[in-house]
Design a protein around this ligand. Structure first.
Ligand code: URA
Length: 255
């Protein structure tokens, strides 16, 4: 394969869609391991147990941080200094929630993609443009919503987030919900809905009706799951169902 265009598209297809520098480097070597300490004390326990313990410690730390944040600005500043999720070190930006801090509608996606990672805001790429159109179709303006993701950082190559990554980022999402206090949640895609609602149901089973999301202080917020715009871009035949979900959201807001 000597055609540079073909080589580049092969890389993109393989998930290598970011250039970090001019020279290749081994990000796993000790020399490049400047951000996180992966030093695990040699306790004789299996590595998986130690990794699970590290993740549990990071989750506890995330929860402590979140409890202290009294405003979205506080929380955003705390996220900037949080180092408990390794995704932070491969991402270009932290993608915190964006929009109206007193929004009636809070929209939650799975994770930032390449465009969001570059810009530092959620849903600014192709999926974001479709989301804007979906909202406009029921007279909801993006600027009136608060838009965020389960994950604060882009998984490399847009791979599926691990359970550990979701668990570490979840307290930050839950605190954003508590601070914005929206009237309704719109959960885009099965992964976002599973993470927020703590279940393992399929998106086809969850969409089409409101479910209850309960905050730590017991406030119940109606949550509507619908198809992720990225899925709709690949499967336009499903747009009719997404449209009926948007109408359902509009009716709920009119109650
Ligand atoms: N997909 C998501 O789930 N979130 C974004 O911010 C962009 C694409």
């Amino acid at each position: 394969m000597d055609n540079p265009e073909k080589i580049l598209s092969w890389y993109v297809l393989s998930g290598v869609d970011e250039i970090c520098g001019e020279e290749p480097m081994n990000l796993l070597s000790a020399k490049n391991d400047k951000q996180v300490s992966h030093e695990i004390p040699n306790s004789g326990r299996p590595a998986t147990t130690l990794l699970a313990q590290e993740n549990t410690a990071a989750c506890n730390n995330a929860r402590e941080i979140c409890d202290k944040a009294q405003t979205l600005e506080d929380l955003k500043a705390m996220v900037e200094t949080f180092e408990g999720c390794s995704l932070k070190f491969s991402a270009n930006s932290t993608v915190f929630g964006h929009g109206n801090p007193q929004a009636e509608v809070m929209i939650i996606g799975e994770a930032p993609g390449a465009d969001e990672d570059r810009v530092g805001e959620p849903f600014v790429g192709r999926s974001g443009h479709l989301l804007d159109k979906m909202l406009q179709s029921v007279a909801i303006h993006r600027e009136d919503c608060f838009i965020t993701n389960v994950l604060l950082w882009r998984p490399p190559g847009n791979r599926t987030p691990t359970d550990g990554e979701v668990a570490v980022c979840l307290p930050f999402l839950q605190r954003q919900i508590e601070l914005v206090k929206p009237r309704v949640l719109l959960l885009l895609g099965g992964s976002a809905a599973n993470a927020v609602l703590g279940n393992a149901e399929s998106i086809s089973g969850m969409r089409g009706h409101f479910m209850d999301y309960t905050t730590a202080n017991g406030t119940v917020i109606p949550a509507l799951a619908s198809f992720h715009p990225a899925f709709l871009l690949r499967s336009p035949a499903q747009k009719a169902k997404a449209w009926s979900d948007m109408m359902r959201l509009q009716r709920k807001l009119a109650e």
